[in-house]
Design a protein around this ligand. Structure first.
Ligand code: SAH
Length: 222
């Protein structure tokens, strides 16, 4: 791996992850390990370690590193969990999760992005614990449920019931909930079949599009 990117990564973790309040050592280590420059469009590699979202093609973006770290920290991963991610995008968040969990299932609805992410994750970085799936993530992944953790990386109008149904007891679901322009990062914990809901502040994501998400035409998404 290129030394320059490595030192930029360290600086980014120092300035934007640790200084802004991420304390989970394992999350910090995972962010230090995953080469973010491989997940952004080539023209934006130089900017891979700024604390902002970046284009990944098909009108979609990879979240700013701080948001990736924050959402991951809310998942409280110990290493034994099976995690479902909805919205593979570039695959960056999936790679971070794979460093911290036992197995990651990740779903993407845009074929080009799905194929690109699959290549990077399995061929280039050789992750053995990531299963990439092409399809509508608002339906979850019934064949592999229940999941100990679920993370939605696109903005949902509501939390699809299908997803809370596929969450294991004591499981945690992290989802940006709101309209197209602004959402609240929502943390849902399942305890004895009950859902405890916590708001964790504002965030901005591209819309979750699908049967139990937004309709494509409404958002003008490609
Ligand atoms: N986690 C990604 C960033 C996600 S951007 C990363 O690390 O790069 C949001 C992604 O969600 C986009 O790629 C978009 O195509 C996808 N998406 C939107 N609705 C979806 C759905 N219903 N099922 C699966 N993926 C969806």
């Amino acid at each position: 791996m290129n030394g320059r990117f490595e030192s930029e990564r360290k600086k980014m973790v120092e300035e934007h992850i640790i200084r802004r309040g991420i304390t989970d050592e394992k999350v910090i280590e995972a962010i230090l390990k995953v080469p973010r420059e491989l997940f952004v469009e080539e023209a934006f590699q130089e900017k891979a370690y700024g604390d902002h979202s970046l284009p990944i093609g098909c009108g979609q973006t990879v979240s700013q590193p701080f948001m990736v770290a924050l959402m991951t920290q809310y998942l409280k991963l110990s290493g034994t969990e099976r995690v479902l991610e909805i919205g593979t995008g570039s695959g960056y968040q999936a790679a971070v999760l794979a460093e911290l969990a036992q197995k990651v299932y990740t779903i993407e609805r845009v074929k080009t992005l799905f194929e690109k992410a699959q290549k990077i994750l399995s061929e280039k970085l050789r992750y053995k614990n990531i299963v990439t799936v092409f399809g509508d993530g608002t339906l979850g992944l019934a064949n592999f449920a229940p999941f100990d953790r679920i993370i939605v990386t696109a903005a949902a109008p509501e939390t699809p019931k299908i997803l809370t149904d596929q969450l294991a007891n004591n499981g945690i679901l992290v989802v940006p909930k709101g309209d197209k322009f602004l959402q609240t990062l929502t943390i849902i914990t399942k305890r004895d079949g009950e859902l405890l809901i916590q708001d964790a502040g504002g965030c901005v994501f591209v819309p979750l599009i699908g049967k139990y998400g937004w309709r494509e035409e409404v958002n003008g998404n490609r």
